[in-house]
Design a protein around this ligand. Structure first.
Ligand code: NAD
Ligand code: DAU
Length: 343
């Protein structure tokens, strides 16, 4: 086998970031092989990968990362694992934490064991800035690789658990791992339960945009392709055993401002905003200091929030068929339970 060609197992490749990553990777490295292991939960969608589904260097395995046999088979001959698969939505973790523990904690441990047995050369774990907890609005500090863990939702606690396991497999067994903790992504193919795609698709459907609490919660938005570039650099040049924090270009932008920008792009007024009851344990602010990955690997975000929010809105406008099929009866049930009878 040609050693310069990677054989990559991507878990969760039918989700938002995983599918963007596969499209990015096969465009840039067309000779590498990608195996996408995904159980296709409500958030997994093979339509995201339509552009490469016939590519001979791409294959799909429908399976759960908690299934030992499927994981073992999928791992054979693999030199690199990029682990995205997770239950990823905070609100769902508040309603039903158990799915998050199974996939995010147990599933990660099963993958780590299989990676060890199969002598994988790099296990890259995709994690989140939410493991660091919450900053105060007035805080000028940002999260970095040395920030103590302080997860506050079942989702972030399960991701923190998975990060600790990944580090433990490095320290205890010498598994060659890297970890990245990234801030909020936005862009094409994001399931319309998350704030930005929910707001965009609701406005297009002439429905209200739900804003939690006072709307003054701050997220550090990153265009998804910048995240993919960061993972690429970590795989190529990152140091084994290290963590890299990845963040965007936004400067303390709150949810109300994001929602207003979306309304403006779509030519709608503020009557479309609806303040709804707050998320329990809602983290006030995330902000990432990405100076380590900048100085060590030369990475920085290239996509500005305003320009790429507009392009993202345009993408949802042009791909109504894609997202309308996701707003199913099951989604409506979830939506009504969470938001009540919002028009
Ligand atoms: P997503 O919910 O869009 O996709 C998750 C994918 O994982 C889906 O395709 C789903 O079918 C699959 N999956 C879930 N459980 C599985 C299981 N048991 N076995 C196999 N596949 C399973 O998530 P996303 O937003 O693309 O996030 C991907 C990763 O990035 C997650 O690990 C998340 O914690 C992390 N992350 C996300 C963000 C963000 O803003 N979305 C930011 C930082 C980190
Ligand atoms: O920070 C990284 C994390 O970003 C990832 O690890 C998670 O997987 C991802 O879901 C995201 O978590 P958030 O909870 O920050 O994203 P969400 O899009 O759900 O919410 C963004 C902000 O908007 C948050 O302050 C809650 C608020 N919000 C969200 C929804 C869905 C609203 O005001 N109204 C809404 O309807």
């Amino acid at each position: 086998m040609d050693k310069s060609r990677k054989r990559i197992l991507v878990t969760g490749g039918a989700g938002f970031i995983g599918s963007n990553f596969i499209l990015y990777w096969l465009k840039k490295y067309p000779n590498d092989k990608i195996i996408n292991l995904d159980s296709l939960t409500y958030a997994g969608n093979l339509e995201n990968l339509r552009l490469i589904e016939r590519n001979l260097n791409y294959s799909f395995v429908k399976g759960n990362i908690c299934d030992l046999d499927i994981v073992e088979k999928s791992m054979q001959g693999v030199d690199t694992v990029v682990h995205f698969a997770a239950e990823s939505h905070v609100d769902r973790s508040i309603k039903k934490p158990s799915d998050f523990i199974l996939t995010n904690v147990v599933g990660t441990q099963i993958l780590l064991d299989a990676a060890l047995r199969n002598d994988v050369k790099r296990f890259h774990h995709i994690s989140t800035d939410e493991v660091y907890g919450s900053l105060e609005l007035r805080d000028t500090n940002k999260f970095n690789e040395r920030t103590n863990y302080n997860p506050r939702s079942p989702y972030s606690a399960s991701k923190a658990g998975s990060d600790h396991l990944v580090k433990a497999y490095y320290e205890t067994y010498g598994l060659p791992i890297t970890i990245s903790n990234c801030s909020n992504n936005f862009g094409p193919y994001q399931f319309p339960e998350k704030m930005i795609p929910l707001a965009i698709t609701n406005v297009i459907e002439d429905k209200k945009v739900p804003v939690y609490g006072d709307g003054l919660y701050v997220r550090d938005w990153l265009y998804v392709e910048d995240h993919c570039r960061a993972i690429d650099l970590i795989l190529q040049k990152g140091k084994v055993g290290e963590t890299y924090c990845i963040g965007g270009l936004t400067d303390d932008i709150n949810n109300l401002t994001v929602a207003r920008k979306i309304l403006k792009i779509l030519g709608k007024d503020e009557n479309m905003l609806e303040f709804v009851k707050d998320r329990p344990g809602h983290d006030r602010k995330y902000a990432i200091d990405w100076s380590k990955i900048k100085s060590e690997l030369g990475w920085g975000p290239l996509h500005s929030f305003d320009e790429w929010l507009e392009k993202t809105v345009e993408w949802y406008r042009n791909n109504e068929r894609w997202w309308k099929r996701l707003k199913t009866k099951e989604f409506q049930k979830y939506y009504e339970e969470l938001y009540g009878d919002l028009d």
